[in-house]
Structure formats: C-alpha cells, structure tokens
Write a protein that binds this ligand. Sequence first.
Ligand SMILES: *[C@@H]1O[C@H](CO)[C@@H](O)[C@H](O)[C@H]1NC(C)=O
Length: 126
Amino acid sequence: MLARSAVIALLASTFTLVKGQNYGDVTYYTPGLGACGRYNTATDYIVAVAAQTFDNYPGHGTNPNTNPICNQSIQVNYQGKSVTVAVADRCGGCPGAADLDLSPTAFSQLADQSVGRLHNAEWNYV
Ligand SMILES: *[C@@H]1O[C@H](CO)[C@@H](O)[C@H](O)[C@H]1NC(C)=O
C-alpha cells in the first residue's frame, strides 16, 4: 500500500501536469500600449492573455501594470511548431479563458498570418 505522502506527491504532480496545459484559440493583433504598462510593436514576442485569465491571475491587484502575470513567459505549441512569448497585454475580445492574442511576428512562428485563427493550440507557462 502506498504511503500517504506518496499518494499526496502523486496527486500533486498530476495536478501540476493538468494545470500546466491550456488549450485555446490563437489570433494576432497589432500591439501598442499594453495592459502591463509597456509599449510593444508587431515584431516583439509578446502575448495578450484573455481578460478572464489576466483578471484572475493569482496575486493580481487593481493596477494591471503590476499584475504578476505581466512578463510571464508562455510557450505556445501548434502542429509541431512552438513559440515563446512574454505576457504584455490583456485581451478583452478573447472569448475563451485560454485564448491568446499574439503579436504578428510571434503568430508567424506557428502559422501563416493568412490562417488568422488557430484552433485548440496548447500552451504552458514556462
Ligand atoms: C516587467 O518587466 C519590466 C522590464 O523588466 C519591468 O519594468 C516591469 O516592472 C515588469 N512588470 C511586472 C509586473 O513584473
């Protein structure tokens, strides 16, 4: 029989794995002044996370500029391609909590911009 501590460790690692995987739609936009309080351009490797995720991120306060999700690295994987981006903005128009809005250059690492929207891309905080 497994010791209680082993069961807890197993549950904890399973939870981490599940928690670390997110699936959402990926689009792109032209960045400007982001919710994190910094200016970005189309060629920066940045992402706007869904408002729902931005607003509920642990440790957030009333000032979006100091939300600890800002500058977090996210790796997005889609059909064998991947790109790592930093959180810079809040996507008010993203319907799903796990949807991401990338800079055009970051989006291009995953697919041609003419595709417009990627469905069910997988991503993790890294
Ligand atoms: C994000 O990084 C910039 C540049 O290092 C820094 O000025 C800013 O305070 C950081 N934001 C947060 C919320 O950590």
